[in-house]
Ligand binder design. Structure first.
Ligand SMILES: Nc1nc2c(ncn2[C@@H]2O[C@H](COP(=O)(O)OP(=O)(O)O)[C@@H](O)[C@H]2O)c(=O)[nH]1
Ligand SMILES: [Mg+2]
Ligand SMILES: [Zn+2]
Length: 386
């Protein structure tokens, strides 16, 4: 199966005439306006035809792209490579994206209006982690680097959250999801791990289960749980940011990769990251900040360069990180330990909860499926999916 259709061709797209209401201005856009350049100032070949007020049609030269979380009707715009350069979006702040050039310099970029018009959802035009082509724009101040994003590359591996029934990309183009939990304080919640594993598998991101604060417990007590996950092919790491246990392996796991770090607050995410890269200097929750529980200071994801190469991604709190798009019927397919049994159930539409002659329930009964995992499955499809 072809991943991308490389063939160039003219692709047509219908879209609304540019909105009459200008987007809310931030200081950045005001600054851009003062410098005298416009978002829609573009070197792209575009032609406006048709005369309808509501639907104008432009013919855009670009490549058709038929997969990925392609921003904008599956059209990859042609860019002028003499003026555009590749970059990586480190974070998005309203209308402005911080874009890192290959040499590490960071540009504050606006987004070309055509990209916004093509996007099916305004909020998805540019996301943290996007690979983009941008052109720099002259500013009168040598210390200020500004640019315009001209193209967003197709996305692979996005972490999303839902809000009011809509999908938001928290970060995209990442390799692995570090599911950080703690052995105690707060106590381990395996069902939460199960949810995150599904989110990772669904997104095509490799999950790694990290159990921190192992200094607070007897590690032997965690062996059965580790066994269950390892048997399914998941990586599990026992760690202690406090004693340094497992940190060398943890550092190697991060080096050269792009890792999303997630987990409840207080499990020690910041402590772990600081312990393997002192330059990160992430804020560790102090006892006095403990009372601010539930207040997340991080609201947008950001890619932070890791000293050993790659990036670590700081994400908003776990509450906002939900399963996206997983319907109950899909859940057994994401439970690696359940899925080999489902074809042996009597009813093809078996939900493996109340039905007779259910191969999954039989496997639970004779110990081939871990009971806690099965309960986690039931909880997921009965309550929390919707
Ligand atoms: N005993 C113990 N405490 C830890 C460990 N890692 C972090 N902590 C403590 O757990 C609390 C929360 O840590 P923090 O890194 O802010 O967690 P985050 O909210 O997940 O980023 C802090 O008081 C840390 O000192 C560990 O390995 N062992
Ligand atoms: Mg933290
Ligand atoms: Zn069944």
């Amino acid at each position: 199966m072809a991943k991308n259709k490389k063939g160039k061709g003219k692709v047509r797209a219908d879209f609304r005439k540019n909105r009459s209401v200008r987007p809310r201005k931030t200081n950045w856009t005001r600054q851009f306006d003062e410098h005298g350049f416009e978002e829609e100032d573009t070197q792209q070949q575009e032609r406006i035809s048709g005369k309808g007020d509501l639907t104008r049609r432009r013919t855009i030269t670009g490549e058709a792209v038929d997969d990925g979380d392609e921003p904008g009707f599956g059209i990859r715009l042609e860019v002028d490579e003499t003026t555009c350069r590749p970059g990586r979006v480190l974070s998005v702040h309203g209308l402005i994206s911080m874009v890192e050039q290959e040499d590490g310099q960071v540009y504050q970029c606006a987004t070309r209006r055509l990209l916004k018009t093509l996007a099916t959802d305004q909020r998805h035009v540019v996301a943290a982690g996007d690979r983009v082509f941008f052109r720099s724009v002259d500013t009168n101040d040598d210390n200020i680097r500004e640019g315009i994003i001209e193209r967003v590359e197709p996305r692979r591996g996005s972490v999303c959250r839902t809000s009011r029934g809509r999908q938001h990309i928290i970060v995209t183009n990442v390799d692995q999801l570090l599911i950080v939990t703690s052995a105690a304080e707060p106590r381990l919640k395996p069902n939460l791990i199960d949810r995150m594993l599904i989110a990772a598998d669904k997104s095509g991101i490799c999950p790694v289960i990290c159990i921190n604060k192992i200094d607070l417990v007897d590690p032997a007590g965690f062996q059965p749980l580790i066994g269950v996950y390892s048997q399914m092919g998941y990586q599990v790491m026992l760690l202690s940011a406090k004693t340094g246990f497992g940190l060398e392996r943890f550092r190697r796991m991060l080096a050269g990769r792009e890792s999303v770090v997630t987990g409840q607050s207080g499990v020690g995410k910041s402590s772990l990251l600081n312990a393997v890269d002192s330059s990160l200097q992430l804020r560790v929750r102090t006892v006095s900040a403990e009372s601010e529980k539930g207040r997340h200071t991080t609201t947008t994801a950001r890619l932070i360069p890791f000293s050993g190469g790659g990036y670590v991604v700081d994400t908003p709190g776990i509450r906002q990180f939900q399963l996206w798009d997983v319907i109950p019927e899909e859940v057994p397919g994401f439970f690696r330990d359940l899925r080999s049994y489902v074809s042996h159930c009597r009813y093809p539409d078996c939900t493996h909860t109340h039905e007779d002659d259910c191969a999954v329930k039989d496997a639970v009964a004779d110990g081939r499926i871990d009971e806690r995992r099965y309960e986690s499955y039931c909880q997921m499809i009965e309550g929390e999916m919707v």
